[in-house]
Ligand binder design. Sequence first.
Ligand code: R5P
Length: 290
Amino acid sequence: MADLDDIREGKKFGTGVAVKNQSFHVKGADNLTWGAKDRLTRIFNPETSRTVMLAFDHGFIMGPTSGLERIDLNIVPLMEYADCLMCARGILQTSVPANINKPICLRSDAGTTILTELNDNVLIDIEDAIRFNVSAMAIMLAIGDPAMEAKTVANLFRLADLGAKYGIPVMGVTAVGKDMARDARYFGLASRVCAENGANIVKTYYCEGFENVVAACPVPIVIAGGKKLPEKEALELCYMAINDGAAGVDMGRNVFQSDDPVAMIQAVSAVVHKNYSVDQAFELFQELKN
Ligand code: R5P
């Protein structure tokens, strides 16, 4: 039998492991409910406190983006290597196998497409998130956009209220307008605003001084990949972000537009979870590709 001190120290007994008395493995989540923590644990690996989210929500504003034309052929084969799948409800319902058993981060807002200036963005009802049994809800914030800032911050605030009620974490997605500076001051402000308004995860972009963005944000930050880069550069981006404190990636185009998406997602995962260097990860990519 384990005594209390042994349990506090996390000692092993028989086939089981006594649970160590420590703070929760996801930054800023100690005071959340059991349900929210369970959902975050599905997204963030408890061993590494990190995640590889596969983003394929682009179609809800961009239509059939290159690489996303056929979800069944191009995206489903990647799912087993992702820790979490991020998409909009139409693709989830029609094209993601319900027996995939992966946590879902559901796009929970809707607005204008790339054909129109960003001028409206609404919150989708939380009932969808409950029906789909999602592990997180994602919502965009247009920080610095005079027309959209207040509306999108209010949407996040409301979604965080609903998420807290049902134990569903919220991810704030920091959008970058055409005229915005892509620097640590801007991303630091945008990330902090997300967290202060109730986001449990922030998705933003890597930049110089990223460690300061991470340090000033009380919840985990995952980085978007952005436009397609050569594979080695994309792996370098992941490496630098993780090295500077990112809790993972929420990556789309640099995975599904790669020469070999299945190899690329495994190389990204090796950087995120196994601390691979850029060279090691690129070597892995090439090996898998061959
Ligand atoms: C953009 O609206 C979406 O949220 C994407 O999921 C996000 O930008 C990440 O995808 P990518 O790595 O292609 O930038």
